[in-house]
Design a protein around this ligand. Sequence first.
Ligand code: SF4
Length: 469
Amino acid sequence: MPASSPITGTPPAAAEFDLELVRKYNVPGPRYTSYPTAPQFTEATPPEALVEAVRRDNREATRPLSLYFHLPFCETLCWFCGCTTVITLKRDAASIYLDHLEKELALVQPLVHPSRRVAQMHFGGGTPTFLPPAVIRRLGEAIHARFKFAEDSENSVEVDPRRITRDHVRAFRELGCNRASLGVQDTNPVVQQAVHRVQPMEVTRQAFDWMRTEGYRSISVDLIFGLPHQTADSFARTIDEVLTLQPDRLAVFSYAHVPWIKPSQRIFEKQANLPSTEEKLKMLATAVRRLTAAGMVYIGMDHSARADDELAVAQREGTLQRNFQGYSTHAGASIYGFGMSSISQTEDSYRQNLKELPDYYAALDAGRLPIERGLLLSEEDRIRRQVIMRIMCDRRVHYADLSQRLGVDFRTHFAREIELLADLEADGLLHRSREGFVITGVGALLIRIIAMRFDAYLEKGPRRFSRTV
Ligand code: SF4
C-alpha cells in the first residue's frame, strides 16, 4: 500500500455477501453525512459565532462553494418519508417561500468573497417541482444575480416524477441543472398503495425521457427496501424494471423506521405489514447481486454508479467526498444551505436553519439569518472528520498518508481505536497491516460500523439512529 498509490475501494462481490454478519452488525448508527453528526449541533452555539465562522470561511477565495436549496413543499405525504416537508395544495406557498429565500440570499451574499465560484448546487426537498416553472425561473435569476458559477459546476435537482411537466424540466435546466435524481422507491402497485405513493412506471419513464432529451447528463434513481409488502422477489422485479431506464446512478436506501421523529410511519406498525429483518436482509443481498451483475460499481452507503460515472471515477482516484447530499466529487467545498432546516458547513463549523416554516419566515422578516443551532468544530473533531470521511469514501486507511494530511501520528493518536478493530477484523470486515487497514466487501456494506469506531461522541451518550439494514 504505497503512500502515493491511488486509494481505491473494494467493491463487495456477491459471493462475499454474508447474511449472518450483516445480521450481527445490524445496529443503529449514523449515516455520516457529517462529523460530528447532526444530533451534536446545539442551540447553545451563539449565532454570532456561526456568522463569524462564515466570515472566516471567506477570508480567501480558494475554497469552492456548494449551494443547497431546501424546497420543502409536497402535495401529499408518502408515509415512509423521513424528509423535512410541508404538505400543502396552496400554490401561492411557493412564491411566498421564494420571497424569503431571496431575503436569505441577500443576507448571506455580502459575507461571501466575491471571487468564490459555485462548483456544485443541489435542490432538495420536499418536492422541488412543487414550484411552478415561473417561480423556478425567478429563483434561478435570484441565485445567478448573487453567485458566480464555475463552468463545470454540477447542479442537481430531486425529482418526483408524479409532479413534473416538461416545462419544469426545462426551467431547472435553464437554471443550470445538469443532473437529477428521480424518486421511485418501488414499482410494485401493491407497495405503492401501501405507502401512499402511486406512481405508474409510464410516469417515471416519461420524466426520465424528458430529462435525457433536455440534456441532463447524469440521472439517478432512488429506491427503498424494507417497505410494506415488499419481498426479496418483488424487489428484484423493481430493480430489473428500473435498470431498463439505464440510470447512471442508483441509490438503494434501507427504509429508516423512525416513528419517534416521523409519526406518520406509525401507520405501518398498525397495519403490521413491514417485512421482517430476515426478508430485508434478503432484499439487500438481492440488490447487491442484481446491481453487480448489471455492471454497476458499489460506491458505498447505498449508492452504486456506472463504471464510467464521475462518482465511480472519483472513488478509483481517491478523490471521492461525502457531505449532506451524499457522495460528491468536489473536494474542500463549503456548503451554504438556504431554506428551512437546511444545513451549512464550513471548515470549522456546521449550522442549521430553523425547521418550522413560521419561525424561518419570522427570522428573515426581522432581517436575521434563520439559524436554529450549530457547532464549532474542535481540532479533534476536524481530525476525526477526515478519518471518518476517508473510511466512508475510500474504504481504506493508510496511516502514513493520513498522518501527513492531519499533522498527527495516526498510529499513536488512534492507537486505542486501531486496537479495538480486532473484532471487526476477526469477523472479516477489514484487514489490518502495519501500514493501515482495508475494508472488505462485506465490510463495505457495514461501513458505518467501522466509522463508528472513530466517532468520539458515541461514547458520550446514547442517541437514536436508524439501523444499518
Ligand atoms: S414526495 Fe418525497 S419529500 Fe414529499 S412526502 Fe414523498 S418522499 Fe417525502
